[in-house]
Design a protein around this ligand. Structure first.
Ligand SMILES: Nc1nc2c([nH]c(=O)n2[C@H]2C[C@H](O)[C@@H](COP(=O)(O)OP(=O)(O)OP(=O)(O)O)O2)c(=O)[nH]1
Ligand SMILES: [Mg+2]
Length: 131
């Protein structure tokens, strides 16, 4: 079991007008590399989770989030690392979405998410989006 404090992560589920979800592939060298993910990243000191969500999606996806609501919070122990995923559903944003950090990305229908390998911590999100 990982002994250090958990890493608090803001995660965004971004849907287009057809209900498809934005996913991208983590770089091979990163923790949980080569798995697919929802965009997001670590909450920095002095930042609210919402602030972190807005900043990460600006940095990673080139969008300005203007509305989002909490979806779920997941605590997961990867053995080498513990994470708390603070997952938000992004309901409004401006800007042309793209992946700015060279990661492969695509829009996927919720029912098709099961075909993409995600980190184990993501399973409850995938389950929620199937409903
Ligand atoms: N962004 C994101 N991270 C996830 C997901 N599922 C999951 O287990 N994680 C884990 C992997 C990492 O250990 C951690 C988030 O790390 P990150 O690499 O996105 O953090 P970051 O963008 O702040 O990156 P950096 O500052 O370390 O470069 O959460 C997910 O769907 N999205
Ligand atoms: Mg990230």
């Amino acid at each position: 079991m990982a002994s250090s404090n958990p890493v608090h992560v803001a995660v965004g589920v971004i849907e287009d007008t057809d209900g498809n979800v934005f996913i991208s592939k983590r770089h091979k060298a990163l923790h949980q590399g080569d798995k697919w993910e929802f965009p997001g990243g670590k909450v920095e000191a002095g930042e609210t989770v919402y602030d972190a969500l807005v900043r990460e999606l600006r940095e990673e996806c080139n969008i300005e989030v203007t509305a989002a609501s909490p979806l779920t919070v997941i605590h997961h122990d990867y053995d080498d690392k513990r994470v708390v995923l603070d997952v938000w559903r992004v309901t409004r944003f401006t800007g042309e979405i793209e992946q700015k950090e060279g990661q492969e990305w695509l829009w996927v229908a919720p029912y098709a998410l099961v075909a993409y390998p995600f980190p184990a911590a993501n399973q409850p999100i995938i389950d929620l989006l199937q409903q």
